[in-house]
Design a protein around this ligand. Structure first.
Ligand code: AP5
Ligand code: MG
Length: 193
């Protein structure tokens, strides 16, 4: 199985690159942000609980996210592997993911860290905010998301570096150029898919 974590700040290109990875490698895409936005749209219990956190740029509590993810992994019939997009975002989530995969005799193959300057992240998110309906793509919430990323999510770089699973990818350039670098890393991994 090929299990990829795509990691990076808000706007670093996780969703965009995930689509290309899925197309090439046939993985099951799990974007916790997208799942939560669908839950909000459908006015489910989980969606109603998550809405305020997302609109304010805060993280949804670990327990809710970890339970949600566990259910999705358990139900998945995909045999090739997963791409985790926007998860894990805290050390507790990273530990839960390790445990979940271990219980399936599985593990993370690589953590792809998309690295981009803050000014570029803000520019991309504001641009999307003009075109889309994401409630969190406004300046105030973007600043909050970036601060939360630095405080709660960035420490994961060290966590995965120590485990030898982190691969840094330059997050600027064209979408295709970035994907080429990603595919090079994936193709060098010794995993069968
Ligand atoms: P989530 O949906 O994960 O959002 P995010 O991490 O803030 O990141 P984005 O989706 O905005 O950016 P991205 O890195 O996917 O970049 P994209 O490809 O879209 O989470 C949203 C919220 O949900 C969180 O704030 C939190 O509240 C909650 N949540 C989610 N997961 C959670 C978890 N695990 N725990 C707790 N809470 C959780 O690209 C951005 C833009 O740039 C796009 O417009 C794109 O077209 C453009 N772009 C992409 N690549 C390029 C390029 N190479 N050149 C130019 N433009 C580009
Ligand atoms: Mg995304």
């Amino acid at each position: 199985m090929l299990n990829i974590v795509i990691f990076g700040a808000p706007g670093s290109g996780k969703g965009t690159q995930s689509e290309l990875i899925i197309e090439k490698y046939g993985l099951h895409h799990i974007s916790t942000g997208e799942i939560l936005r669908t839950e909000i749209e459908n006015r489910t219990k989980l969606g109603l609980m998550a809405e305020e956190y997302i609109c304010n740029g805060h993280l949804v509590p670990d327990r809710l996210i970890i339970d949600m993810l566990g259910e999705i992994i358990d139900k998945s019939t995909n045999k090739k592997g997963f791409i985790f997009d926007g998860f894990p975002r805290t050390i507790a989530q990273a530990q839960a993911l390790d445990t979940l995969l271990k219980s399936r005799n599985d593990s993370i193959s690589a953590v792809l860290y998309l690295s981009l300057e803050e000014q570029d992240l803000i520019h991309r998110l504001l641009k999307r905010g003009e075109e889309s309906s994401r409630s969190d793509d406004n300046m105030e919430t973007i600043q909050k998301r970036l601060a939360v990323y630095k405080e709660q999510t960035e420490p994961l770089k060290e966590y995965y570096l120590k485990k030898g699973e982190l691969f840094k990818i330059k997050g600027n350039g064209t979408i295709d150029e970035i994907f080429e670098n990603i595919a090079e890393v994936i193709d060098r991994l010794h995993v069968s898919i």
